[in-house]
Design a binder for this molecule. Structure first.
Ligand code: IPM
Ligand code: MN
Length: 360
């Protein structure tokens, strides 16, 4: 029996709706398995700006630092999107939180679900069986380098910097993950052009002897963007820097059939945050259209992180059950009209009901 404190950051747009379903699922897990999860709700993003003026209020940061894990919905509001002069932006809340908590490893599993193969615009026979684990560096690179404008504001710059140690700590995690999977690690970079990429290559190659069972290969990011669509089954673990990982993971979501299915874990040495890879989808806010599965699967990663592997598997089984039963939100099947809440209820009851949650 475990007792854990979980900070919930519902955020903006559809964030609160998908978080509500994920929390119900976690409560079902704690009921069924006898754990104690305490939920502490805090503000982040546009809702935090509206309430306090800051996208990452001090109270939120303090609570997150003390928590055993953080569950995040989504942040972002269109009122900031076309205003490049806005003094504060919701995204600063998320980026600040990642940086402050030291969440350097963002892990994004990409799975092709058999039940949804027909749903992807890609050919079913090409994507069937895809199982990729993307390791995206999350606290460095161009996202966090110095940025600015010239005095006349006519030119702008964003510096991309990496230190060897920033590469080493995530690379170790990616190698270790590959050891538990299909023993293949692909580093994605642009080493034919960028000096930071050459540092990544040299550093990761230097680690390879410590992981003799893992086959390491390298791919330029432009080629990787093509290969991931052309033949996604060729990949096991992919490791890449912050911005390449941002772009490739959205691209890879097409394989799963919907951005609304993909969870992520952001891990640091002292903290962990779990969030869907999708954004706040403001157009869908309050309409019950949002797919809660990405956030629910993020709770499975959270349970894995707590070492609750059977519980995590139980959540994944429950999600499979919903997909098998066609209980999905309209972006996956416009005909059935299940709402966010109905999909969440179905999965919650399945968590309570499934007879034997087995490790697969
Ligand atoms: C993501 C998002 C964020 C990112 C945005 C909201 C800052 O796109 O988590 O992938 O670019 O990292
Ligand atoms: Mn993104």
């Amino acid at each position: 029996i475990l007792s854990k404190r979980i900070v919930v950051l519902p955020g903006d747009g559809i964030g609160p709706e998908v978080c509500a379903e994920a929390v119900r699922v976690l409560k079902a897990v704690s009921d069924r398995f006898g754990h104690e999860f305490q939920f502490d709700y805090q503000l982040l993003g546009a809702c935090a700006i509206d309430a306090t003026g800051a996208p990452l209020p001090e109270a939120t940061l303090t609570a997150c630092r003390r928590a055993d894990a953080v569950l995040l919905g989504a942040i972002g509001d269109p009122k900031y999107d076309n205003d490049p002069t806005a003094p504060v932006r919701p995204e600063q809340g998320l980026l600040g939180l990642r940086k402050e908590l030291g969440l350097y490893a963002n892990i994004r599993p990409i799975t092709a679900y058999d039940q949804l193969l027909a749903h992807s615009p890609l050919r079913p026979e090409r994507i069937q069986g895809t199982d990729i684990l993307i390791f995206r560096e999350l606290t460095g690179g161009i996202y966090f380098g110095e940025k600015g404008r010239s005095e006349d504001r006519a030119s702008a710059y964003d510096h991309c910097t990496y230190h060897r140690d920033e590469i080493l700590r995530i690379a170790h995690r990616a190698f270790r993950a590959a050891e538990t999977r299909r023993h293949q690690l692909t580093l994605v970079d642009k080493a034919n052009v960028l000096e930071t990429s050459r540092l990544w290559r040299e550093t990761v190659q230097g680690l390879a002897p410590e992981y003799p069972s893992v086959a390491l290969d390298f791919l330029y990011v432009d080629n990787a963007a093509m290969q991931i669509i052309l033949n996604p089954r060729q990949f096991d673990v992919m490791l890449t820097e912050n911005m390449f990982g941002d772009i490739l993971s959205d691209e890879a979501s097409v394989i799963a059939g919907s951005l609304g299915l993909l969870p992520s874990a952001s891990i640091g040495d002292a903290a962990a945050l779990f969030e869907p890879i999708h954004g706040s989808f403001p157009q869908a806010k309050g309409q019950g259209l949002a797919n809660p599965i990405a956030t629910i699967l993020s709770t499975a990663l959270l349970l894995d992180h707590f070492g609750l592997l059977i519980e995590a598997e139980c959540v994944r089984d429950a999600v499979q059950h919903a997909l098998n039963s066609g209980v999905v939100t309209p972006e996956l099947n416009p005909a059935t009209r299940y709402t966010t809440e109905q999909v969440g209820s179905f999965i919650t009851y399945a968590v309570l009901d499934i007879h034997d949650c087995e490790m697969h």
